[in-house]
Design a protein around this ligand. Structure first.
Ligand SMILES: [Zn+2]
Ligand SMILES: [Zn+2]
Length: 108
């Protein structure tokens, strides 16, 4: 289950988070709050908002399938410390993460 909210989320130790998920669980949550270009002083842009939301949703769902943060900055499982990290990374899993995901899916 993926929840999508419009509130600014945080967990202890972080000023904010883009999303959260149950590791190897069934529930994930993303917030659009800091994904809007307007939040960062840029003009509204639905295409950019959608691209960011897809990346963050895929990332959190990846955690529910047991994927951890990936050192590859282009991989969707790379940890986003800022919106720039989100914009730099792609919407897809790198070869490593994809192989792990396939292995996990074959166990289910
Ligand atoms: Zn993460
Ligand atoms: Zn990866």
């Amino acid at each position: 289950m993926l929840g999508v909210c419009d509130l600014d989320l945080f967990v202890p130790g972080y000023n904010f988070i883009f999303g959260e998920a149950e590791f190897m669980g069934t529930r994930a949550l993303i917030s659009l709050y800091r994904l809007y270009p307007q939040f960062w002083g840029e003009p509204p842009n639905d295409a950019i908002l959608l691209e960011r939301a897809v990346k963050e949703a895929t990332h959190e769902i990846g955690h529910t399938f047991g994927l951890r943060h990936c050192p590859n900055k282009r991989c969707v499982m790379h940890f986003s410390n800022s919106i720039w990290d989100t914009d730099i990374k792609g919407a897809l899993f790198c070869d490593n993460c994809q192989a792990q995901l396939k292995a996990e899916l074959s166990r289910r």
